[in-house]
Design a protein around this ligand. Structure first.
Ligand SMILES: Cc1cc2nc3c(=O)[nH]c(=O)nc-3n(C[C@H](O)[C@H](O)[C@H](O)COP(=O)(O)OP(=O)(O)OC[C@H]3O[C@@H](n4cnc5c(N)ncnc54)[C@H](O)[C@@H]3O)c2cc1C
Length: 384
């Protein structure tokens, strides 16, 4: 028989309003109808990042991807505090924010990652993953070009192999090529893909890399692989293997942890993420949990930083929070799964990697539609 809850109405604070936070509050509310849930985020807004890749071509507008979370919070009886987390004290029982201190019995950190903008001249690139405005800017720049070279690439975080966003950059590359063809402009453009890794997207698995490279060849996309990045100038990508002159540079730097945790007692991994254990607990801190891109979790080196992973971690964290409230130690682990559809605007390539097996399917029209169906299904949470 389960032990009675320690506290019938525990105060649980959730920091963030992205995938991990939204899944976290839904899973917590399902299991803890009487808990006092408080969500803290700088804006009452959820952004569906996976569809940013369609914004430059007008397939999605910014407002299609930004959602006011307050109706959902009201429905789930979650208090919203408009503030940014700034620090943590008293072993996690106090979260400092830009609007004052928040006491809690349990804390779930879900404040996402940050891009490393250290390379010299990084201001000369567009990083679409930074949000709707960056994706709109890419669209404007594209429409202003009649021809030329577009260089597109991504970097990593050498101290945190999982902290990169290769998938979206492959989507951007193939989508761009499809769009140029549809606009009858492909002949006027040279596309160059660059990355310091000799085999880009290796975490997706060997078969997937072969498929991606074959797709680039088929689409007449040049590659510049295996050369360490040196920096950027206006219209130039600089690498140790030479320079790539370009009229437009689209670059995704590697990721690191959120900036607000610097100088806090939170344990930080060599790559700058918050150190978690296999139960999503912040290492060495009781009843402080973490889910999503902000964390450094134990597991295979190919563990992705993905919305799907953030959801799996947030669900495990919610289950462990309930166990703690019942006076039991955390025991729920999250499944490690890499699942992505690399969209090409009219088709999609499926890549799956699990602990036992992996697969990569060739580009299929149905997978492009599957990505749209998944989007619609997820966004239903906000249609209240
Ligand atoms: C272009 C693109 C395409 C992608 N495609 C896919 C895909 O196809 N499939 C997939 O699974 N994943 C995809 N991803 C990855 C996925 O979007 C992320 O892994 C996911 O958003 C991580 O969720 P998160 O909740 O950890 O962080 P985020 O979604 O980044 O949310 C972080 C939240 O924390 C808030 N916040 C930030 N600082 C603070 C603070 N100090 N205090 C309080 N709140 C704060 C932010 O406002 C935000 O609400 C894609 C990402 C991009 C950018």
């Amino acid at each position: 028989m389960n032990e009675p809850p320690m506290n019938a109405s525990p105060r649980i604070t959730i920091a963030g309003a992205g995938f991990a936070a939204i899944t976290g509050i839904r899973e917590l509310r399902k299991r803890l109808p009487d808990a006092q849930l408080t969500l803290i985020a700088p804006k009452p807004e959820f952004v569906y990042l996976p569809s940013l890749i369609w914004v430059p071509y007008g397939i999605r507008k910014g407002d299609d991807l930004r959602f006011d979370i307050r109706p959902l919070l009201k429905k789930l009886n979650v208090e919203y505090v408009q503030a940014a987390a700034t620090g943590i004290s008293e072993d996690g029982r106090v979260l400092s924010t830009s609007e004052g201190e928040q006491q809690n019995d349990t804390l779930l950190i879900a404040t996402g990652g940050r891009y490393i903008r250290k390379l010299p001249g990084i201001e000369n690139v567009i990083t679409i993953c930074e949000g709707v405005e960056a994706a709109e800017k890419m669209g404007e720049r594209l429409r202003a070009l009649d021809g030329g070279t577009i260089a597109l690439g991504f970097g990593g975080n050498p101290k945190e192999p999982s902290a990169m966003r290769g998938g979206p950059m492959f989507e951007l590359l193939f989508g761009l090529e499809t769009w140029l063809r549809k606009e009858s402009k492909r002949e006027q453009f040279k596309l160059v893909f660059f990355t310091p890794a000799p085999r880009p997207g290796q975490r997706l698995g060997d078969k997937a890399v072969d498929k991606l490279l074959a797709e680039m060849k088929k689409r007449n996309i040049e590659t510049h692989l295996g050369h360490k990045m040196k920096g950027f100038e206006n219209h130039v990508v600089q690498t140790e293997g030479g320079e790539i002159p370009a009229d437009l540079i689209l670059f995704m730097p590697g990721m690191t942890g959120p900036g607000w945790m610097q100088g806090t007692p939170l344990p930080i991994s060599p790559g700058g993420m918050i150190l978690a254990d296999e139960h999503c607990q912040v290492q060495g801190m009781e009843r402080v949990y973490i889910a999503g891109d902000a964390g450094s979790f134990p597991g295979p080196e190919w563990m992705p930083k993905q919305a799907h992973m953030a959801d799996l971690q947030a669900t495990a964290a919610a289950k462990n929070i309930v166990l703690n409230l019942q006076g039991k130690p955390a025991s729920e682990k999250f499944k490690v799964e890499l699942l992505c559809i690399i969209d090409t605007l009219d088709k999609g390539l499926l890549v799956y990697r699990g602990e036992k097996r992996g697969m990569a399917l060739p580009a299929m029209r149905s997978l492009h539609w599957a990505k749209k169906v998944f989007e619609r299904k997820y966004l239903r949470h906000f249609a209240i």
